[in-house]
Ligand binder design. Structure first.
Ligand SMILES: [Zn+2]
Length: 233
């Protein structure tokens, strides 16, 4: 049976070759979604090891966080951008799960992430969800939850209206705009708990700031954030 399964897999691979989402090259046996070379080459930040890392610093004075991290450096024209693009726009949701799992193995090594009660992905607005079909951050959170053996909560936090094009607005206005769009449904579950909020890429941090403030207003005890990548401003 094993030989047959292997034969079938080989045949499927021959007809529909699986390609790496980072470099586009053929994947070998045992590789899934991202090739070993790309995985080895990932620009890891190691931010999870340092309390005063650049992500944490970005939120100083904006959002009181217990711990903050991002696993990868995000730069335009790099493999990280290609991977993020696959995850976000090309239905390659498993890339998010795989990288989320990898981030989980990192977070496990620091005890500040030990008492997390549940993981919440930053929600996508319904309109965007319908258009894209999925929330990329949910897949990152899924991988993270699997590795950390924690529940993921996609119901408590919601987004109630689409934000208009924000790229040309100043950070202050963007923040004001974001404030209106997040809400919490199941307050009792979250009160007194340590919550880990998960996003794909941190740029201005406006989205996480808005989400985080909504959660903190509900009386959660500790808030931490983890993103796959960090784009230095
Ligand atoms: Zn590759």
């Amino acid at each position: 049976m094993f030989a047959l399964k292997r034969y079938t897999e080989d045949l499927v691979n021959l007809l529909f070759p699986a390609l790496c989402n980072g470099c586009g090259k053929l994947l070998y046996h045992g590789e899934q979604y991202i090739c070993s070379h790309c995985l080895f080459d990932l620009p890891l930040t190691d931010f999870h090891l340092y309390e005063d890392n650049p992500v944490a610093k970005q939120f100083w004075g904006r959002l009181p966080l217990y711990a903050a991290t991002a696993m990868l450096y995000f730069k335009k024209g790099t493999k990280v951008q290609t991977l993020m693009h696959s995850l976000k726009y090309k239905n390659q949701t498993e890339v998010g799960v795989k990288l989320g799992q990898l981030m989980g193995t990192k977070l496990k090594t620091n005890k500040v992430y030990e008492d997390i009660y549940l993981i919440i992905p930053v929600p996508l607005h319904q309109k965007k969800l319908k258009l894209r079909g999925y929330n990329q951050s949910e897949y990152i959170a899924k991988g993270l939850a699997q590795e950390l053996d924690l529940p993921m909560d996609v119901r408590s936090l919601y987004r109630n209206k689409a934000t208009e094009s924000q790229t040309k607005k100043a950070r202050y206005h963007r923040y004001e705009n974001m404030q209106e769009v997040f809400g919490v449904t199941e307050i009792s579950e979250l009160a007194g708990k340590h919550i880990l909020l998960v996003d794909d890429v941190i740029t201005t941090g406006a989205t996480l700031e808005a989400c985080g403030n909504v959660l903190l207003a509900q009386g959660i005890r500790k808030l931490s954030i983890a993103a796959l990548a960090f784009a230095e401003q």
